[in-house]
Ligand binder design. Structure first.
Ligand code: SIN
Ligand code: MN
Length: 209
């Protein structure tokens, strides 16, 4: 973490550390991610019932991975295409979880979302975790996203702000069930990812420690 890493409170339960990871740390983290993606490739999730494909591609690290397909939203221990267990969570992300959340147990899931040009994510809540006393910790790499986060009701007003490469955000406590999403990704704002685009990692505790 750069010594200048600052902490901003966006709202109750919403904490923001812009530039938490330096450029060199972002590059190392991206290498750690891509070496795992070689074994657990990105796939296109589909919506329950309709089967409509997501615009983001996904994979997971950790003992549990978040899934969406015709069978619904759920956590499972294996990659849906390879049938293999998910790769481990990069240690630098576990360190960030320990330092920034102070939660007494490690995250079990690290959802990896890949946003190519034009991809976005509609307003939703992270609601598939039986344990809600841990925050969700989000790490952004690559192109800047326009992020929005509101309250526990879909109609609650949202705060909109950019998430740039190296930024870390957490939402927990009164914001744990806040609706959030990505309105758009600003192509060409980062050179980190060779083909452009954005990677977001969300770390979550799923089961009771
Ligand atoms: C998510 O909510 O799963 C992703 C949020 C983001 O991409 O910043
Ligand atoms: Mn989410």
């Amino acid at each position: 973490m750069p010594e200048k890493a600052q902490h901003l409170s966006v709202g109750p339960g919403i904490d923001f550390w812009p530039g938490y990871f330096s450029s060199a740390e972002q590059r190392t983290l991206l290498d750690e991610i891509m070496s795992r993606v070689a074994h657990a490739p990105f796939y296109t999730p589909t919506m329950p019932k309709s089967g409509t494909p997501f615009s983001v591609a996904m994979t997971n690290f950790g003992t549990l991975g978040w899934m969406s397909d015709k069978g619904g939203y759920r956590y499972q221990a294996q990659h849906p295409v390879t049938g293999e267990p998910w790769p481990d969570i990069p240690p630098v992300l576990l360190d960030a979880w320990n330092i920034l959340t102070g939660y007494g147990a490690p995250p079990e899931a690290c959802l990896v979302n890949l946003y190519a040009a034009g991809a976005k994510m509609g307003l939703h809540r992270d609601a598939d975790e039986p344990v809600r006393d841990a925050p969700v910790l989000s790490v952004s790499l690559g192109d800047t996203a326009q992020f929005r986060i509101g309250g526990p009701a879909r109609k609650d007003p949202t705060k909109n702000f950019p998430l740039a490469s190296g930024d870390v955000l957490s939402f927990g406590g009164p914001a744990r069930m806040a609706y959030h999403g990505v309105t758009r990704v600003l192509s060409g704002t980062s050179q980190l990812i060779e083909d452009g685009g954005r990677i977001n990692l969300t770390l979550r505790r799923v089961t009771r420690p």
